[in-house]
Ligand binder design. Structure first.
Ligand code: 8YV
Length: 322
């Protein structure tokens, strides 16, 4: 069968990489494949020449693989995403063509959950502000502003998938009272389920967002949800910037509708609105949920293993559902 035999592996399948990938992943890809690095955006002539031969696309969590790109690749057989989130990939268009999509689930659960807890503590306990206070040598003349207690607090988790559950597990060690919203209650989860983000927000002090991006969740955390979270409430987003209505969030932070926010993801990364960057009650990180050496290596290995499986006719390790 074309594209799945071991001999085709030795024929060096051609891949289009559509996002900046870590050097070790690029080096490993180049050992087995002919790699075209982002030529679809930076070298249209080279792309037009190579497109008919491209059999695999490699993306990351932020990259776009739209229907139009898929349509320009008649020999495409597989799309492999370096990330658990694949909202940038038009999976329906790929599956219509019989092209499977793979992602990197599970290997990053710990890191993203660790960061969610870290951001929660950072914003509530004002850790970055305290660091700046010491560095500016303000300590001799003033007392630091008091923070907000986290242990024993009420936590709401928006999205109770694998990472949501890892966050809940950690929060339990802080004796937090945990509730969540998800499309339907999860049989294996022993926390209170709320039907939507607004009712959950009204019941908690800390709202952590870890739901997939894409059309179904776009703008889910809107002005109404933020009003429900209230002036003592904190928002943490480690999911996708698209899940939060960013202008509504800025307004809520500015006017005291909520107390603060800690954000790892933004609507137009890597650009973060000046309004957010100027606010004292926010903690901002540059999409580092999975950014440890250990986890990024595991993600890269899973990308390589999925591609190898495909091009040698073995079952894919982590295909995404239709
Ligand atoms: C990115 C992510 O993929 O897993 C995801 O969905 O958003 C991240 O892990 C990572 O930043 C690489 O771009």
């Amino acid at each position: 069968m074309a594209g799945t035999s071991a001999s085709n592996m030795t024929a060096r399948p051609e891949l289009l990489v559509v996002a900046p990938l870590m050097p070790f992943v690029m080096e490993a890809l180049r050992r087995d494949y002919t790699v075209h690095d982002r030529i679809h955006t930076n070298d249209p002539a080279a792309f037009a020449a190579a497109a008919p031969r491209i059999r695999g696309v490699v993306a990351n969590g932020e990259a776009k693989v739209p229907r139009e790109l898929i349509a320009r690749l008649p020999a495409l057989e597989v799309i492999s995403v370096f990330g658990v989130g694949y909202d940038g990939v038009d999976v329906a268009a790929a599956h219509e063509r019989g092209v499977p999509v793979t992602n990197t689930p599970d290997v990053l659960n710990d890191d993203v959950a660790d960061l969610a807890i870290g951001l929660l503590l950072a914003v509530a306990r004002r850790i970055p502000q305290a660091d700046r206070f010491v560095r500016a040598d303000e300590w001799p003349g003033a007392a630091p502003t008091l923070g907000r207690k986290v242990s024993g607090g009420r936590l709401g988790i928006v999205g109770m998938g694998r990472i949501g559950q890892a966050i809940a597990h950690r929060a339990a060690a802080f004796r937090m009272d945990i509730a969540y919203t998800a499309r339907s209650p999860r049989a294996n989860v022993n926390h209170t389920h709320y039907p939507d983000a607004a009712s959950l927000a009204a019941a908690v002090e800390f709202l952590v967002v870890i739901t997939p991006g894409g059309a179904a969740t776009r703008g889910m955390i809107d002005a109404r949800v933020l009003a429900a979270l209230g002036p003592e409430g904190y928002l943490v987003n480690v999911a996708r910037g698209s899940v939060v209505d960013e202008p509504a969030l800025i307004e809520a932070l500015r006017s005291g509708v909520i107390a603060g926010a800690a954000l790892d993801v933004f609507a137009s990364e890597p650009h973060v609105p000046e309004a957010l960057r100027a606010m004292p009650n926010v903690v901002l990180t540059p999409h580092i949920g999975s950014a440890t050496r250990q986890t990024r290596e595991a993600m890269g290995q899973l990308v390589l293993d999925n591609l190898r499986a495909h091009f040698t006719g073995a079952p894919l390790l982590t295909p995404v559902d239709a």
